[in-house]
Ligand binder design. Structure first.
Ligand code: ATP
Length: 355
């Protein structure tokens, strides 16, 4: 029986609530299913840690995470601390420090969940957005000069490397190849951004030649938002830059019914560093401490983590349990139109697990 060491970083706000719910489900699955065993170690990094220590995680934090098989992350964000500090010092510090260059975001309408799109229901779309997660617009290159003077100037430089672009496009092509429809849409903005984005297009034209079995097409990011709303069934796997895919995946989460169900994986496909799994939503301080956060995004991320660890059967089992609960519709959290608490949804998913 395989044994996995999981590092849990609940972070801030509802992150702590949904990660403890997810750990409960994972520990139940390990105990009940006897397919694998897990040991979860929790790291108390985030806003409170920052207010005590002046940083979101310790200097040797990544060294501490290295020996783990996977990282299970909640959210980082606190109204008392600027967002760029909470984001860069924790989540991006881990993603970029471990070169987790492939950010994978599945979205579809789960049974029993209502999409805000009229005429769209479960089964009508099934997307995976692949976001370049290590460079592009979020490379952190740039600066500010003439600070606090009226001439102040600020620059963020988008960084695109041929190797970085090629590796994410190959990753997306491989992913598309592994799915029944074998379709991949490249999203850029090569009409307006005429250097990096044109290199994305050129690289794609070259790399896709190695995948003749994958059907490909290209969209500009603005037109893509329209297509996602008007013709969602025409899309399968989507690959885009860090910024473009960040925006598109929030749209995808909303179209699938709620931000509270969406999950994401920050993958280091080479496996030399741990990958990280997290719900898409943030700290949601408006509902923090009320016990009403929807834990489904956290459960879906746990399912992605199990899949990454090689426990496909357990990953499928967890998704099936989630879908059984949403399909039944009796234990829906507030953001999905019900009144069930985090605890009640967690118990319902545990009870729906088929052992
Ligand atoms: P951050 O700044 O950390 O990204 P945020 O509070 O600005 O966080 P989100 O947490 O991403 O933004 O979500 C926006 C709103 O959606 C929240 O304020 C909350 O009302 C709702 N929401 C998000 N996630 C959930 C969830 N899991 N369950 C219920 N409601 C949620």
């Amino acid at each position: 029986m395989e044994h996995y060491k999981i590092a849990a970083i609940p972070g801030d706000g509802i992150g702590t609530e949904v990660i403890s719910a997810g750990v409960e489900v994972l520990e139940f699955m390990a105990k009940q299913g006897k397919q694998f065993s897990i040991a979860v170690e929790t790291f108390p990094w985030g806003a409170d840690y920052y207010l005590q220590h002046g940083q979101m995680m310790p200097d040797d934090g990544r060294e501490m995470l290295k020996p783990f098989d996977a990282i299970y992350f909640g959210s980082a964000g606190d109204p008392r601390i600027p967002d760029h500090i909470t984001l860069w010092q924790l989540r991006l510090n881990i993603c970029q420090g471990f070169e987790q260059y492939a950010n994978v975001r599945p979205s579809r309408v789960l049974p029993g969940v209502k999409s805000p799109l009229a005429n769209i229901g479960p089964g009508d779309f099934d997307w995976v957005i692949v976001r370049e997660n290590s460079e592009g617009e979020y490379a952190g290159i740039g600066g500010r000069a003439h600070r606090d003077f009226s001439e102040e100037v600020a620059m963020d430089v988008s960084v695109f490397t041929r190797s970085g672009v090629e590796r994410i496009q190959r990753f997306a092509l491989e992913l598309a190849r592994s799915r029944p429809r074998k379709k991949l849409t490249l999203v850029t903005k090569s009409n307006a951004q005429r250097h990096g984005m044109v290199m994305w297009d050129d690289t794609f034209a070259r790399v896709k030649e190695d995948y003749p079995d994958v059907e490909t097409d290209k969209m500009l990011v603005d037109a893509m938002t329209t297509r996602m709303v008007l013709d969602p069934a025409s899309l399968d796997v989507i690959v885009a830059t860090n910024l473009h895919a960040d925006v598109l995946s929030d749209l995808a989460a909303a179209l699938s019914g709620s931000l509270g169900i969406a999950a994401t994986a920050n993958l280091r496909p080479e496996g030399d560093f741990p990958s990280m799994f997290e719900p898409i939503h943030g700290s949601a301080f408006d509902i923090m401490g009320k016990g009403i956060a929807n834990p489904i995004g956290s459960f879906w991320s746990a399912s992605m983590m199990l899949e990454h660890l090689g426990e496909q059967a357990a990953a499928d089992q967890l998704m099936a349990a989630i879908e059984k609960v949403t399909a039944a519709g009796e234990t829906m959290p507030a953001d999905l139109g019900g009144s069930a608490t985090t605890r009640e949804v967690t118990e319902a998913v545990i009870n729906a697990l088929d052992y």
